[in-house]
Design a binder for this molecule. Sequence first.
Ligand SMILES: [Zn+2]
Length: 456
Amino acid sequence: MKLYLYNTLTRNKDEFKPLKGNKVGLYTCGPTVYNFAHIGNLRTYIFEDILKRVLEYNDYKVKHIMNITDVGHLTSDADTGEDKLEKGAKREGKSVWEIAEFYTNIFKENLEDLNIQEPDKWCKATDYIKEQIKFVKKLEKKGLTYKTSDGIYFDTSKYPDYPKLAKLNLEGQKEGARVEVNKEKRNPTDFALWKFSPEDSHRQMEWKSPWGVGFPGWHLECSAISLKNLGKEFDIHCGGVDHIPVHHTNELAQNWGITNLESVKWWLHGEFLVINEGKMAKSEGNFITLQRIKDRGLNPLSYRYFCLQAHYRSKLNFTWEALEAAQNGYHNLIGEISKLPKPKGDCPEFEEKFLQAINDDLNMPMALSVLQELLKSNCPSGAKRQSITKFDKVLGLNLDQYKKEKVVSWEVQKLIDERQLARKNKDFKKADELRRKIEEQGIKIKDLPDGGYEIE
Ligand SMILES: [Zn+2]
């Protein structure tokens, strides 16, 4: 069956065809590791995980690369402001390297909690400094750069297709331009490739270059990492919609400068998670992490389920009530599936419908409703289970947990989660009470010294 994806480049749902046979090169922009990811960021990674699983469900072999931004991402898109990592280090009294390691680990835990598959390769920006310097040299040789007092900049007026991805109106931008902070820039859209370390203060991360000691601009790492690992031309590049007008537009410009090609064939972008109709952002005071969801005794996979209820190109409004409702729906689903007997046979009609839904630009709300329809259908019970196990390869909701030897029902799992929370809060009276309730259900648990538990 044909796979259709919405390409930001063409603003159209086009039939997907990889460049080479059944191999797909996939690049997804990773986190800037100076703070926790918020659940809005995580929504984007869930969408990208679904994309990867859908490609694999269609028998494509995916090579997935993700970067970790551990240097050079400034607090403003206009190449001014502080480096986010250096700022984080100051805030927490740690070195930038410690900050990067700490938040990288938390990020990987978040992915694991959400059943998001890891990329084939993680690439840290600081491991690609040599490549980034080489790129700037190449761009310089081609006459695409110029030097100002604070760095080397890309002259965006040299790239005729610069406005293409974001459908930018450059004339309008010039007329309505805000007061430009950097008066040395030739065009408002020009951006830094290499920034010089300030003379009056010391940076923890800086490197020697032909232009002086400094650090790479944020956009450069993604070009260097993707082209090195996926080749001069590759299939798909993803990120959040906020990346379209600046980060991804600048990446395309750099790639063109280096390869003379439109290097990325497909751009896919995930919409925002909104809270009280506003964008979730670290600066907005509505910053929710996955840990906060867990601290409320909610399952991270309920959040995954919540995200799948909306299409990735629609805004999704977050409220705690909506997440709790999603958790109830998720638990009911698991409960129903756990009553089904061992997998046997299949339900081709529903498998066809499911494939149709996911191949229609990853229509997960439709895919979930096919699953509900299947459960209510006359299909034999064992066949239902078999088909659901297949669907879960895409959904990633652990619907086929019955495979594990020790299975606890979701009612019991809820009690265990609550008890774990009580233990963490040192509310031992409540923990004992919950233990009794769990034992009433015929399940014995043993506490482990590291705070974890084991089902006996
Ligand atoms: Zn990127």
